[in-house]
Design a protein around this ligand. Structure first.
Ligand code: NAD
Length: 262
């Protein structure tokens, strides 16, 4: 069978798109020819970032992924301004609401901390996926794609993060597989990228003061001997979103410098 390329202009909604990995994914998908909506809590940053993407027609908008109404409104705004969303990339996430840096012991985690991290990382991914699937119900999409973002912490019991973050990413891994089964008949694939340490503002939060400009304390445990680049996560997104990845669903792509081999 010949791999068909997409015939329609494709719109990608990227949550957490104002910073770090989401922003890098926006740059890469825009360079790939998609029209991008960068959705983030930080509206000004999302709008300014959208203007810097290659090509034209991209937008930035406010979205709180933990809020049901905000997620619905964001999809509606994107559809009204750009057309139906065929690619959803769920990058919005937080490490902790509590003290940074430092891994909180489970005994130190408050209910508020647990709930807030789960609300953004797990519930946020659920709400975005649910909205995408609700909108797609009853029609067959051409190259519909959902990319979720887990973490090595969710696979290995936490690295520089504690129970709330790790469990929220475990939830993302399981949720994505459920969604992959349910979305298959709609022409939508669902895959997860599970990054190891990558150079973003979030990673910087794991480094306590007194370590100069060091960006991560655990590079000795990385077989490739360095932290990753946001562009290296974006390259995986680009692949998963491409027509050539149409037969890949329910998978987890590890982009972690070899820290977990399985
Ligand atoms: P980042 O802090 O640079 O960016 C996260 C973005 O999410 C920010 O722009 C923030 O405003 C936004 N955001 C936070 N709460 C939100 C909400 N409720 N609604 C909408 N947007 C919200 O972090 P990053 O490193 O780019 O992380 C992106 C994703 O990758 C996260 O899910 C993170 O858990 C995951 N991840 C990162 C690393 C890493 O080493 N950087 C490793 C593994 C997984």
């Amino acid at each position: 069978m010949k791999i068909s390329s997409h015939s329609l202009p494709r719109v990608a909604l990227i949550t957490g798109g104002a910073s770090g990995l989401g922003l890098a994914a926006g740059h890469r998908l825009a360079a790939d020819g998609l029209t991008i909506a960068l959705a983030d809590l930080d509206t000004d940053k999302a709008q300014a970032a959208a203007q810097q993407l290659p090509g034209s027609g991209h937008i930035g908008l406010r979205c709180d992924v933990a809020d049901e109404a905000s997620v619905k409104a964001s999809f509606e705004a994107v559809v009204a301004r750009l057309g139906e969303v065929s690619v959803l990339a769920c990058f919005a996430g937080i490490l902790s609401t509590a003290r940074n840096p430092g891994r909180l012991a489970t005994t130190e985690i408050t209910l508020e901390e647990w709930d807030r991290v789960m609300q953004i990382n797990a519930r946020g991914s659920f709400l975005c996926i649910r909205e995408m699937l609700r909108r797609a119900a009853g029609q067959l999409m051409e190259h519909g794609r959902i990319v979720t973002v887990a973490s090595l912490a969710g696979q290995m019991g936490g690295m520089q993060s504690g129970a709330a973050y790790s469990a929220s990413k475990g939830a993302v891994l399981a949720l994505s597989k459920v969604a992959a089964r349910e979305a298959a008949s709609l022409g939508i694939t669902v895959n997860t990228i599970s990054p190891g340490p990558v150079d973003t503002p979030m990673l910087q939060l794991t480094v306590p003061p007194g370590h100069g400009d060091q960006k991560y304390l655990g590079t000795a445990g990385v077989p490739l001997g360095r932290i990753g680049l946001p562009e290296e996560i974006a390259a995986a997104v680009s692949y998963l979103v491409s027509p050539g990845a149409a037969f890949v669903t329910g998978s987890t792509i590890d982009v972690n410098g070899g820290m977990l081999m399985r």
